[in-house]
Ligand binder design. Structure first.
Ligand SMILES: Nc1ncnc2c1ncn2[C@@H]1O[C@H](COP(=O)(O)OP(=O)(O)O)[C@@H](O)[C@H]1O
Ligand SMILES: [Mg+2]
Length: 51
């Protein structure tokens, strides 16, 4: 069953993207089908498919 993990904070620069990217990377390395969606601003990673 799919799980959704959210890192949410209105404030910028608090490591939302960094944390989400690393968690998604680790899950992908563990052969879990992973979709990373970062709805943040200019530096956001949008709809990255891992594994
Ligand atoms: N644990 C950390 N230690 C030092 N710098 C960090 C850490 N986590 C994130 N950063 C830095 O903080 C900045 C903002 O991180 P980012 O993940 O882009 O924040 P957000 O997505 O919340 O705006 C980036 O330059 C990132 O490299
Ligand atoms: Mg971000």
């Amino acid at each position: 069953m799919a799980k959704i993990i959210a890192f949410y904070n209105n404030k910028g620069g608090v490591a939302k993207t960094t944390t989400a990217t690393n968690i998604a990377g680790v899950l992908s390395l563990e052969n879990k089908k992973t979709l990373l969606i970062d709805g943040g601003g200019l530096n956001g990673k949008n709809n990255s498919f891992l594994q």
